[in-house]
Ligand binder design. Structure first.
Ligand code: NAP
Length: 212
């Protein structure tokens, strides 16, 4: 599969690496391809870099891993025509650092996932992976066990495609939370993770759903 990754930070790089490990081709989109020179030199085969538009055009599936403040602009640069009809994996968290401690810039009756779906109505947005650190997104097995991952999105086929990718990364079958509106709860869950991680300085944390 060819996957276009909008975002060149630690998440974009981790996702590209995980995909390349499984024989997929990934193109990372950025406004400044030169900044990935060192990463590319050490990266596995199958990863390339281009503009946001080139990455979006390249991908059969798109992963979105941009800083929240730049997300709408990155999607504009990616161009709606390159995203139309495609599965878009939204990994963003709408973090607001203006008060010193991280909070959510969008919450309550809205979420980043829903905003992204509104900004690119032609894409099939699936919210997932935003509740763990980039290091845990691929090879999620932790010392205390294999955590669960959740998906939220309006399109069942898109969620099945994302489940396939998650399973290749090492996750069990993801828990389906329903429509993209439920991205609200995944973004709130990310705040639980962040609020445990900061004081304990332990970022490799994840959630497990246990049933009786
Ligand atoms: N880091 C984690 O472990 C983690 C875990 C879960 C969720 N997340 C979420 O995943 C997303 C990515 O996180 P990250 O740490 O990998 O990277 P990041 O530093 O939050 O974002 C980097 C990306 O944002 C883009 N960007 C910033 N401002 C922009 C603008 N005005 N217009 C267009 N693009 C802009 C950058 O583009 P350029 O390449 O052009 O500079 C870059 O590709 C965030 O929403 C974060 O909250 C992160």
């Amino acid at each position: 599969m060819k996957i276009g990754i909008l975002g060149s930070g630690s998440v974009g790089q981790a996702i590209a690496t995980g995909l390349a490990e499984h024989g997929h081709e990934a193109k990372i989109g950025t406004r400044d391809p030169s900044k990935l020179k060192d990463f590319l030199a050490k990266a596995p085969k199958g990863i390339s870099v281009g503009s946001f538009s080139e990455a979006a055009a390249f991908g059969e599936v798109i992963a979105l891993a941009t800083n929240w403040g730049g997300t709408e602009n990155a999607l504009k640069l990616a161009e709606a025509k390159n995203l139309d009809g495609k599965v878009l994996i939204d990994i963003t968290n709408p973090l607001d650092f203006s008060k010193g401690v991280p909070g959510l810039a969008v919450s309550g009756a809205n979420s980043a996932g829903e905003s992204v779906q509104r900004w690119v109505p032609g894409a099939k947005v699936v919210k997932t992976l935003n509740i763990v650190n980039s290091n845990t997104m691929i090879h999620p097995q932790l010392q205390e066990g294999l955590p669960d991952m959740f998906v939220a999105g309006n399109d069942a086929g898109a969620k099945a495609t994302v489940a396939g990718i998650l399973k290749q990364f090492g996750w069990p079958e993801p828990v389906d939370l329903g429509h993209i509106e439920h991205a609200r709860y995944l973004e709130a869950l990310a705040m639980i993770w962040i609020n445990i991680a900061i004081p304990t300085k332990t970022w490799s944390l994840a959630f497990k759903l246990l049933r009786k």
